[in-house]
Write a protein that binds this ligand. Structure first.
Ligand code: FAD
Length: 505
């Protein structure tokens, strides 16, 4: 019999597949599935990215001497593979466990049909051991505990069993606003090559109604280029990553962020590689500890933790809606047509690049959606389709666990909501906005202000931690009756006045 290896679109790295299997030169099977591409109206650039990187990767494997089979399928991955296995009864198929739930179920179905002809390998794209950590995910098991265990396991930024610098965490040094005159290093825009160009035309022609724009596509599609971008990040932006991690500047989508999630999430870059590049920069004194530790924590801590959460909580977590919210998302999440500048800016970036950085995702887009009582499952779907780096295993825990409190506090200790003050402190958008961040209520006041207090009052139970009433609830209770009434009036007027979008099918 012949051995074949199916490689999914988010598993584009031979280094994690077993050596002895690759040495036997299996036929490598790739599938371009229309059903996957259209399962939700994914951002056009995400479709371009997935198709182009997969095609480039297949070609690079061919150049290494592998025989390649590229299947085009109307249906799902497993449908295409099923047909193939029926047609070629001598083939035995190996695959690596998919990161996303639905694809994993499909592959399990295939194993049911073909029995011993199918072999699954454990997913090797992550650092933490799923079986070890899965049982720990419950209320009260927070990132910090997990992260420290992983630091010990990997030895990253450790010396004699202790964290380098004496602290596990330098977050206090990482919340600076951006100085006005700071120069933001440019990220090179990679010019689409003929393969990418062809895919862009394909998407424009056949999937014109999906989310976002593709006039400009700046991302790398090969590992060589990705490694160059990673190196450039480490040399030019990592040193200030920590300090300005939470800052927002209108018209500047990338700031000092790595913009590497899209490459980490389909295997072109491995999490260990980028952590080790960052640590090497610290050792060479190219970047300070607060930046390097902060960056390593995002990947070794958050990214791994989020993935274990997904493994522990699926599939029930998909339906979570702790507050029982039932609003749709505003129409402007699709067209950026709003006067609220912080939202307009973030959504414009999402339309143009399929990207916005963490604080915009958390404290602008999710915060607002929560404050206007959006069903978190709608927001979840939006995040899944709108970002180039979005795969269910990573966006779902971030949306339903971290940013909306939809899971009732398993991942986060309290809802991430804030008023306009926070946004004003971290960004330059309030000073240019039509709304006044200093006003608390009324038509010209920043809606985040009254929406926030309205939320604190209505969902006060979610702000108690360790049995204690939060400072925010106390602060609300100290307001006068008139102020409270104004808050609720402004909030309901605003929420009722929004133009809501239809449900995403
Ligand atoms: P940087 O700021 O440079 O951070 C470095 C890396 O750390 C990222 O590339 C990413 O791999 C990792 N990381 C940081 N925070 C997280 C986190 N909370 N969860 C997982 N990884 C993290 N990330 C995705 O990769 N895909 C998503 O679909 C996604 N959806 C999100 C939705 C919401 C509501 C929120 C609040 C966060 C989401 N994130 C998601 C996490 C984070 O915002 C992005 O990873 C990050 O903004 C990507 O940009 P970057 O590569 O420039 O990150």
């Amino acid at each position: 019999s012949d051995r074949a290896l199916f490689i999914l679109h988010d598993q584009l790295n031979l280094a994690v597949f077993p050596r002895d299997l690759l040495d036997r030169k299996p036929i490598l099977i790739f599938v371009e599935s229309l059903a996957y591409a259209t399962s939700i109206p994914h951002h056009k650039q995400k479709l371009v990215y997935i198709l182009s990187t997969q095609r480039h990767f297949a070609i690079s494997c061919y150049q290494k001497g592998f025989l390649i089979v590229n299947l085009f399928a109307e249906g799902a991955y497993a449908d295409a593979l099923e047909e193939f296995l029926i047609r070629y009864p001598n083939i035995e198929l190996t695959y690596m466990q998919p990161s996303e739930w639905d694809t994993r179920s499909q592959m399990a179905r295939l194993a049911n049909i073909f029995g011993k002809r199918i072999k699954a390998l454990p997913n090797q794209f992550f650092i933490a051991d799923v079986e070890k950590f899965k049982p720990k995910i419950k209320k009260g098991y927070r990132l910090e505990t997990f992260y420290r265990e992983l630091r010990k396991q990997t030895g990253y930024l450790m010396q004699d069993g202790k964290p380098i610098g004496g602290n596990w965490n330098y977050d206090k040094e990482n919340r600076k606003a951006l100085p006005k005159q700071i120069v933001i290093p440019e990220i090179p825009e990679i010019k689409p090559d003929p393969i990418t160009q062809e895919v862009i035309e394909l998407v424009q022609k056949y999937l014109p109604n999906t989310f976002g724009k593709v006039d400009k596509f700046i991302y790398a599609v090969t590992r060589d280029r990705v490694l160059e971008l990673a190196q450039l990040f480490v040399e030019t932006r990592l040193s200030r990553f920590g300090a300005y991690e939470d800052a927002i500047k209108v018209g500047e989508p990338f700031l000092f962020h790595s913009v590497l999630s899209i490459y980490l999430n389909n295997g072109l870059l491995l999490p260990r590689e980028i952590c080790e590049m960052a640590i090497a920069a610290y050792e060479k004194e190219l970047a300070p500890l607060n930046s390097v530790e902060g960056f390593v924590r995002q990947i070794l801590g958050w990214r791994e933790y989020i993935r274990i959460y997904y493994e522990a909580k699926m599939p029930d977590v998909r339906e979570s809606n702790y507050f029982g919210f039932d609003n749709h998302l505003p129409q402007f999440y699709w067209d950026a047509n709003t006067d609220l500048l912080c939202l307009k800016d973030a959504i414009t970036q999402v339309l143009n690049y399929g990207y916005s950085h963490h604080i915009q995702r958390l404290m602008i887009l999710s915060n607002f959606s929560n404050l206007i009582n959006t069903d978190p499952r709608h927001l979840n779907r939006w995040f899944w389709l709108a970002y180039v780096d979005a795969y269910e295993w990573v966006e779902l825990p971030n949306v339903l666990g971290m940013s909306t409190f939809a899971d009732g506090g398993i991942l986060a200790s309290k809802p991430y909501v804030s008023g306009g003050n926070y946004i004003n402190k971290m960004s330059n958008s309030c000073s240019q906005c039509k709304y006044n961040v200093k006003e608390k209520t009324g038509e010209t006041a920043c809606p985040f202000n009254y929406l926030y207090w309205n939320f604190v009052d209505k969902h006060r139970e979610s702000f108690t931690e360790n049995g204690r009433v939060s400072l925010m609830v106390n602060a609300y209770d100290k307001k006068t009756e008139d102020e409270k009434q104004e808050i609720h009036l402004s909030a309901s007027k605003f929420i009722n006045g929004i133009k809501y979008a239809p449900l995403i099918s």
